[in-house]
Write a protein that binds this ligand. Sequence first.
Ligand code: PMP
Length: 381
Amino acid sequence: MPQEKLLLIPGPTPVHPRIIHSLSQPTVSHVSPTMVQELKETLVMLKQIVFCEHGEAFVVAGAGTLAMEMALLNTVKQGERFLVLSQGYFGQRMSEIGESFGIGHDILQSSWGEVVAPEQLEEQLAGHDYAAVVSTHVDTATGGCAPVKAYADILKDTGCLYLIDGVCATGGIEERMTDWGVDVILTAAQKCFGTPPGLAVLVFSDAAMAKRRSMTSIPAYYSDVLRWLPIMHDPAKYFSTPCVNEIRAFTEACRIMLEEGMEARFLRHRKIAGAFRAALPALGFRSFTRADCLADTLSVMSYPAGVEDAAFRTTLADRGVIVAGGLGEAAGRVFRMGHMGNLSYSQVEFAVAALENTLSSLGYAFEAGAGLNAAKEILTA
Ligand code: PMP
């Protein structure tokens, strides 16, 4: 029987057996009482996960990019401008979505591995009238985690909507919609939720919903939240057939999250990130991401001299762990390791042991056990 590999790419993430079990239930009618109950339960849980007290949640077949498009098209109209705070690849994507729909925007772009400083946002806001500011919470290409709370503080009471791309953060790193004054959190199922890919997930504040209602028409049909709203309020209604199995799996994923408790979940992510951050440098890797903006959901690491990208990742896969290569300007120079979702401490130890075995196989000299000891010290503290 082929051995299952530990999927430590920055999404999709390993899927918990309870979620697989939900996914494999017989397909029910999309308007059946089971589906109505589960989707309703999911939307309530989703708002709890992002600490949203007032607003609307949406779960739609698609993925993170659809959620990005939905967030933008439903809050910014043609003729208005928005601002993108980008620390890498996915901010650039938001800008491309704006271009595709002819929505004007500016982009504040940090160097890769860094993030846009809150002061830069403050300066940019003076003299500009933006309908919305969009920031990526964690850029999956660079590992940069943006100071979203500081951005939100600046945007509070400005009348400018604040949209967060939480695809690589929501459910693993704190995001408090109502307290912080965030207007849209957009995300996807396959990262911190630990569900297989297939869902665009969004939560809109009342202000974001009011903005959508103020726009008579938007350049979208499937992506229009007002077409989905009646289904989210009463899933027995029909707009477009929901992916029932995937939604049931997502329901289970949300239950797992709330059973763990969000505070405990954020702490576990922090501890696991800390273990990798201690283990990898002990083996000679260097963080590509600047020390003051490391994400708890993934690590982007530069190779020590003499360790070659393709050989490293292939050998590590043979040892049972799949990681991802670098994107864009970091391609070939780094590997990206996701550590989000329902990862356990023993899986972390397994991954570090596999990293050490890989380096040995490649003939790279390092202190045997240094990574594992460093990781264990953090995990058992
Ligand atoms: N935003 C971020 C931060 C992402 O990491 C990703 C996917 N890696 C996306 C958006 C796009 O999501 P998807 O690939 O599900 O369309």
